[in-house]
Design a protein around this ligand. Structure first.
Ligand SMILES: [Fe+2]
Length: 290
């Protein structure tokens, strides 16, 4: 499977879209519905972020693409575990049909088959290519990760003290569950072409007075480069690049495999972390059923 997009409900989709196109660097997708905005990257997905006007802030869904066989396997595993799923036809760009699967904390995973792709955009080196991962705060990250393995067919790549990293293809993680004790969106990570694109992104945000809430740095699990920002619309967003590609033989790491020396929480150790700001922003987007 493949992570495609995240769908967010919020009071001011236009304001969020202005930030995500103007400063963050995504492209706007034509829409004749004033209450919906779609933002795309430079890759072949019709959009990466869908924004829907509402009087609340919620994660509507996180969307993965599957083929028909993978979709049937999800349905079969859900039936075998007595998990109810909902058939769905997407009315977002790319369309497609599939299933809504609700994680134990209420987050909705939408698995679509038959969704169309678009021609990549060339000559925009500062535009994110695709989503690389979404991290969700979990009441019990182990329970949620087990569900993702059992029902969605995903695989845990690594466990740390703070998170469970889960893959759905050869990318080290496309989703992760943070051991938060509450349920919400932790952050959305956009894949940039290379480290220079991440650094120029940091520069663009610096131009408007925004500094990273954490980063730049390079993570342990996945070894991806990162820079996190708190977007004006409340979500934590990340420029990322160079996440590790793993095979079926990747040994699942445990927390004791991922410890840091004193004064380090990433491989570089050059940037501090705004724990308070991030902790607050990570509570902005809840799930409908949470
Ligand atoms: Fe991340």
């Amino acid at each position: 499977m493949e992570l495609r997009s995240i769908e967010l409900e919020l009071p001011d989709p236009a304001g969020a879209a202005d930030f995500l196109t103007g400063i963050w660097g995504l492209g706007a997708v034509e829409s004749d519905d004033a209450d919906r905005r779609y933002l795309r990257g430079s890759g072949d997905q019709p959009y990466l972020v869908g924004l829907y006007r509402a009087d609340h802030t919620l994660v509507r869904s996180v969307t993965f693409l599957a083929d028909e066989a993978e979709l049937a396997a999800v349905a079969a595993r859900a039936a075998a575990h007595d998990i109810a799923v909902t058939q769905v036809a997407s009315d977002d760009p790319g369309a497609g049909e599939g299933l809504l699967v609700t994680l134990p904390d209420g987050a909705v995973i939408r698995v679509l088959a038959g969704a169309t792709r678009v021609a990549p955009v060339v000559g925009v080196p500062d535009r994110a290519v695709r989503l690389t991962h979404v991290v969700l705060n979990a009441v019990d990250a182990e329970v949620t990760a087990r569900f993702a393995e059992d029902i969605l067919g995903f695989k845990v790549s690594d466990r740390t003290k703070g998170m469970v990293f889960v893959r759905c293809n050869r990318s080290h993680h496309s989703i992760a569950f943070a051991r938060a004790g509450f349920a919400s969106l932790n952050h959305i990570a956009f894949e940039m072409t290379d480290i220079d694109a991440v650094m120029r992104g940091i520069g663009r945000l610096r131009d408007v007075g925004m500094v990273p809430a954490w980063g730049p740095g390079r993570h342990g699990p996945g070894a991806n480069v990162f820079a996190y920002f708190i977007a004006p619309f409340g979500a934590v967003v990340e420029f990322s690049t160079a996440v590790e590609v793993v095979g079926d033989d990747y040994p699942t790491g445990e927390p004791d495999d991922w410890t840091w020396p004193p004064n380090r929480i990433d491989q570089w150790g050059i940037s501090g972390k705004d724990m308070a700001g991030l902790g607050e922003a990570e509570r902005t987007f809840r799930f409908r059923r949470a």
